[in-house]
Design a binder for this molecule. Structure first.
Ligand SMILES: Nc1ncnc2c1ncn2[C@@H]1O[C@H](COP(=O)(O)OP(=O)(O)OP(=O)(O)O)[C@@H](O)[C@H]1O
Ligand SMILES: [Mg+2]
Length: 268
């Protein structure tokens, strides 16, 4: 059973895609087999990983799986980052409706699709789900197939509200998914010494102390530069910023300790 990480928060622009892509790349650096499923019609994660999304058909995205025209294994594209990807299509905006029309709200669509990978002779150590900034059936389906939900947070308006809503969704998802270990809150774009971030830290410590990850992802231009170059922060060579790479590798270690698992070999 792979570690299935759903990177989610209804608040937009908090770094979900940045975390999903670069955490996937960090796990791949540890020689783990990684699959990223892009569930966001914005297609940022697919593009970031160098996929020409204009050449992707609707059926090659997770929508093809949800309407049962494709097996998940048939949608997988490999990339230069050693990450396999199920790319997104702009018509993924229809995914909530398609899931709603499926039996039982399509809640097990992802979980069943992941189980079918083994039959297709594909196995992964880590599956990363990049979600759109929304609640609803796609989030519910992702949480029904996930082993952990990671919520990136920044010191910004509405983040705490979104976090409360997400924590509620995770509790509800336990009903469908006994393998969901819970929610982890990840401080992203965070400078612990900045006044605003310190105030947020206090609020997070009050409400989320037991689910707050120790690793903090700092604000770094490399994230934007790498995204523009359609490369992960590990592959992008236009910057020698080691701190951000180290932070992502530290995050893999923290998650592997939490979830049980090991990995060998590390290259920055
Ligand atoms: N640690 C960081 N340092 C600097 N910039 C960052 C960091 N994390 C994210 N960003 C920038 O913030 C912006 C939003 O990030 P990202 O697209 O990952 O957020 P998102 O939560 O996926 O957004 P959406 O909700 O639209 O899917 C991007 O321009 C990204 O480059
Ligand atoms: Mg995103």
């Amino acid at each position: 059973m792979p570690h299935v990480y759903a990177v989610a928060l209804e608040k937009g622009g908090v770094g979900k895609t940045s975390i999903a892509v670069n955490l996937a790349a960090a796990f791949a650096r540890l020689d783990l087999r990684v699959l990223l499923i892009d569930l966001d019609a914005q297609r940022h994660a697919s593009r970031w990983l160098g996929i020409d999304t204009e050449a992707i058909t609707v059926e090659d995205s997770f929508l093809g799986v949800a309407i049962q025209h494709r097996l998940l294994s048939q949608c997988i594209v490999s990339t230069d980052e050693r990450i396999d990807v199920v790319p997104a299509h702009k018509e993924l905006v229809a995914l909530p409706d398609v899931l709603n029309r499926s039996m039982g709200g399509g809640i097990y669509t992802l979980r069943k699709a992941l189980q079918s990978l083994t039959d297709a002779g594909r196995s992964y150590d880590v599956v990363m789900l990049d979600l759109a900034p929304a609640r609803g059936p796609v989030l519910a389906t992702a949480l029904a197939g996930a082993t952990r939900c990671i919520a990136p947070v920044q010191a910004a308006d509405l983040v705490l509200q979104s976090l409360r809503d997400l924590a509620e969704s995770v509790v509800q998802a336990h009903e469908f998914n006994a393998q969901l270990r819970g929610l982890s809150v990840l401080r992203n774009n965070y400078a612990p010494r900045a006044t605003l971030d310190r105030a947020y830290d206090q609020a997070l410590a009050e409400g989320y102390a037991d689910v707050l990850l120790q690793t903090i992802i700092p604000p770094r231009a490399l994230i934007r530069l790498a995204s523009g170059a359609q490369q992960s922060i590990f592959t992008y060579r236009g910057s020698d910023d080691v701190a951000i790479r180290e932070a992502f590798l530290k995050l893999t270690e923290e998650l592997l300790v939490l979830d049980g698992g090991s990995a060998s070999g590390t290259t920055l």
